[in-house]
Design a binder for this molecule. Structure first.
Ligand code: SF4
Length: 352
């Protein structure tokens, strides 16, 4: 979604790739798909080739998606109650899918979980608002204190390039949805930054350390540069906004509203522990490694298709954050808790 930031929006529009040239490859490779392949080739096949998704309510993913929807609404200059509405809609989609499946939770259990997850999301959005939004000069709405948002929710594509020959792949292109593109106020540079929002249950220092070696900022930098067109050069970096999920849990007999209030107080008492913004400069060495790996993954997918074989990854079945969500289907052939996705890359769909 583009914003009415006239000058920057024009720059983006002018940078749209020319329509002539060879047709782009039909298949896309996203950061999520690369992560799935790296975790387990069978998971990739089930999720991205057979387009199957578990219906079970994925609490962490649902909360993260809802916070993204809310922050995007705030980036558009709309007030907090509108952000709550966008977030609630995003959560409701996960609930609808869960209710359509054959999970063990009853709709009443799920409704209750949704109420507390929404309380969590509202507290996270309030914490982000407290930290980064200030009244606009004309007093009509709130704006980001550091960033001039140029565009939000950018679904972008770029050629996947052979790192040895420099030729683009004829099978895959890179794709991803960036949370926003923005200029930083008062830093003496008019370059545009990729803005990425992250939610986590981890300690922020540890999470940040992991992000400095993550492939995602490098992939998104490549995508953003492609959007600005050949000759634009490298972007000056990625603004990473991180919100830690509440570390408190609902007490017995506590209402969602009471839980939300406690979470807001916890955020206000230690903002630096829960909400942080850092700028990651480009890392050319990491970027090269990430692009070599992306090429290897695309090559691995093509070879697996040729041989008709994908390998299982035993350690991933248990997973660092709980068992693999595809286990019932993969281990026992039980497809009852799965539905077919509209598209293999749901993360690229419009909207949260
Ligand atoms: S259960 Fe294990 S082998 Fe099967 S998809 Fe998941 S991680 Fe891969």
């Amino acid at each position: 979604m583009e914003l009415a930031h006239a000058e920057a929006a024009e720059t983006l529009a002018a940078a749209t790739p020319a329509p002539n040239g060879p047709p782009a490859p039909r298949r896309v490779l996203t950061h999520s798909a690369m992560e799935a392949w790296s975790r387990c080739e069978v998971e990739y096949r089930l999720a991205y080739e057979e387009r199957l998704v578990p219906t079970a309510y994925p609490a962490a993913l649902a909360v993260g998606t809802a916070v993204h929807a809310g922050v995007e609404t705030l980036h558009l200059g709309l007030p907090l109650p509108e952000a709550y509405r966008s977030a609630a809609l995003a959560l409701q989609r996960f609930l609808d899918r869960a209710c359509s499946g054959a999970g063990t939770d009853t709709p009443a259990d799920l409704e209750r979980q949704l109420e507390f997850d929404m309380a969590k999301v509202r507290a996270m959005l309030a914490a982000w608002t407290d930290r980064y939004l200030v009244p606009a000069a004309d007093g009509t709405h709130a704006v980001d204190r550091d960033l001039d948002i140029v565009a939000t929710e950018q679904v972008l594509e770029a050629p996947l390039v052979n790192p040895l020959t420099g030729r683009p792949s004829r099978s895959f292109r890179l794709a991803g949805k960036l949370d926003a593109i923005a200029r930083r106020r008062g830093n003496g540079s008019d370059g545009s930054y990729v803005v990425e929002l992250k939610t986590t249950g981890e300690d922020l220092d540890e999470f940040l350390e992991a992000m400095t070696v993550s492939a995602q900022p490098a992939v998104y930098q490549v995508l953003a540069e492609s959007r600005f067109g050949a000759g634009h050069g490298q972007l000056p970096g990625t603004v990473l906004d991180i919100i830690r999920k509440p570390t408190i849990r609902p007490k017995k007999d506590e209402s969602p509203a009471e839980f939300e209030q406690r979470a807001i107080e916890a955020y206000r008492s230690e903002p630096e522990r829960f909400v942080r913004r850092v700028v990651l400069p480009p890392d050319p060495q990491l970027r090269r490694e990430v692009m070599v790996n992306a090429w290897r993954i695309a090559d691995g997918i093509r070879r697996a298709e040729r041989y008709g074989y994908v390998s299982k990854k035993g350690p991933a079945c248990r997973g660092a954050y709980g068992p693999c969500r595809y286990r019932p289907l993969c281990w026992h052939g039980d497809a009852t808790g799965f539905v077919t996705k509209e598209t293999e890359h749901e993360e690229l769909l419009e909207g949260p």
